[in-house]
Design a protein around this ligand. Structure first.
Ligand SMILES: Nc1ncnc2c1ncn2[C@@H]1O[C@H](COP(=O)(O)OP(=O)(O)OP(=O)(O)O)[C@@H](O)[C@H]1O
Length: 269
């Protein structure tokens, strides 16, 4: 297939996945382009994390296909995803607190010299390079012990950058961060987009979503129910779609539960 300027970097076509006969992902269609941040929003249990895990091969879709630059690919596991240039940062960040930042960036992918001696100097140079690409002031020599949650998130992003992926999937990277730490992580996301990366961002916090996303995809009950360009939508519309409302005469009428919609509007106001 010829790759044109319009061929999406990543394309999910009719992805379906069930757990114990319960459909968790239902006919998911989504594209991502280079230089793009796509936010995936939805209430708890909508299927956002499951979708990220399906893209990187933790789960195999029952039906549907994944295309990279127009080519159908099979991604059986996270290693294969990495080989295809897709990295993921999940919510449960795991680190070795007794090691420094460089060693944690290389965790499981340590660079060795002849005689399998760990090549610490290479790992520090490379870790410094990745951190500076993110514009992070963290030193690769610092111990993980005592890092703040925001600094740990920075190390997780740096670790995802190790194999220079084209696509980075992030599951709630700003959850439980302070205002300043959140701003820092959002600035890294923008920086990665400027470098041409494509980012799929699961995020509950709508101000964060509106701050960085180019497009917003709304998931409800395992389906993508709408996709908007960020500049062409509003908080109210996104909240209404998360809750399952529909617009009648410029008002959002909740077809599923009026109280869910009000609760969400209260949460974000
Ligand atoms: N391995 C699994 N086995 C069975 N059910 C699962 C599995 N993983 C997820 N589910 C179910 O799939 C549904 C979607 O879960 P998922 O974690 O993807 O939602 P989410 O939108 O990411 O929610 P949250 O915002 O709470 O993380 C939930 O009902 C969940 O219980």
């Amino acid at each position: 297939m010829t790759v044109s300027a319009h061929t999406p970097l990543l394309e999910l076509n009719h992805i379906c996945l069930s757990f114990d006969y319960i459909e968790t992902l239902s006919d998911i269609n989504l594209t991502m382009n280079e230089h793009e941040v796509v936010a995936l929003v939805g209430d708890n249990g909508a299927g956002k994390s499951t979708l990220l895990k399906t893209i990187v091969g933790v789960y195999t879709p029952d039906t549907g296909s994944i295309c990279l630059r127009g080519e159908n690919v099979s991604i059986p596991n996270i290693k294969a995803a990495s080989d295809y240039g897709i990295a993921a940062i999940f919510q449960d960040l795991s680190f070795c607190n007794n090691l420094d930042i460089a060693a944690n960036i290389f965790l499981g992918q340590e660079k060795t010299s002849p005689f399998t001696i760990r090549n610490d100097s290479y790992m520090h140079v490379k870790a410094r390079e990745i951190l500076s690409r993110l514009t992070s002031p963290l030193s690769a020599f610092r111990s993980m012990e005592g890092l703040s949650t925001g600094e740990k998130q920075t190390v997780a992003i740096a670790r995802a950058m190790l194999n220079n992926p084209d696509i980075i999937l992030m599951d709630e990277p700003t959850a439980s961060l302070s205002v300043i730490q959140t701003a820092q992580v959002l600035s890294y996301i923008k920086e990665l987009r400027n470098q041409g990366k494509s980012i799929l961002l699961v995020c509950h916090n709508l101000p964060d979503v509106f701050a960085v996303a180019d497009r917003i995809a709304i998931m409800r009950h395992g389906k993508i129910v709408a996709i908007h360009h960020t500049q062409e939508t509003t908080y109210e519309q996104i909240i209404a779609e998360i809750a399952g409302a529909r617009q009648v005469n410029n008002e959002f009428i909740n077809t599923e539960s009026i109280s869910v919609s009000h609760k969400l509007i209260d949460r974000y106001n």
